[in-house]
Design a binder for this molecule. Sequence first.
Ligand code: ADP
Length: 274
Amino acid sequence: GEALAVSARVAPLGSRLVLLLVEDLTEARRIEAVRRDFVANVSHELKTPVGALSLLSEAVMDASDDPEAVQRFAGRMQIEATRLTNLVQELIDLSRVQNDDPLEDAEPVRVDELVAEAVDRCRHQAGTKQITIAAGGTADLHVWGNRGQLAAALGNLVENAVNYSPARTRVGVAARRVSAPGGDMIELAVTDQGIGISDKDKERIFERFYRVDPARSRATGGTGLGLAIVKHVVASHGGEVTVWSAEGQGSTFTLRLPEAGAARDRAQQHPDLE
Ligand code: ADP
């Protein structure tokens, strides 16, 4: 209705302008809807652990004469508190990668260091599941970008590989240089032998808070924000992320990022890019 009214008013200006205005309105509405959904999701995600903590603290008080029960409830409180901390941290990370210009602090980043940092983040979780993480091909490669953000992105992929895999499987991290029209790129592939992702879900997993199996994600401390962070980091670095997966067999997430030398060469050819 509103769109029609607008088009009637501006019709004399030409149909192309009308079309643009209507498209703008539709886009503005879409953005507003996405924002509303996001706030609703954040509220819901915060309420869940807070509600659990409140119930558990009541249970602790009621069980004060049963030390074993108190221990059990306290343990669960700790899990909920960790979940809350993870969620808040990832919300901060997400807002940072959405708002800041990561290339302000861009530098050549050693790929072997990046991989070591990412693997370190989930060494504990991998250890408890007896998952072996093997990295290869990283020597002498450098990507161009923001070290902290790149480590967070790769770390999220390795963490997911561990979380969505059964015990005693392998996770591989492989790096190589590939040539591309605009200059060499570095490809970083994280491969797991886990549960896999259906074609339908593949299109949605990069959305904020989208999870294939919310219960499983929560059980591993997941927030549903990891891949959204990956997507933003990669986009702001002029790279891309792709996923290959077969249900029940495993998944490979591949990051493509500008190679440090290539990024510098590009900047020299076009000094205004610096
Ligand atoms: P989460 O915190 O839930 O892991 P992510 O944004 O990192 O959130 O991932 C979104 C969803 O994508 C996960 O909940 C899971 O369902 C699916 N997913 C991500 N990585 C993998 C993987 N390596 N194997 C199978 N499923 C995955």
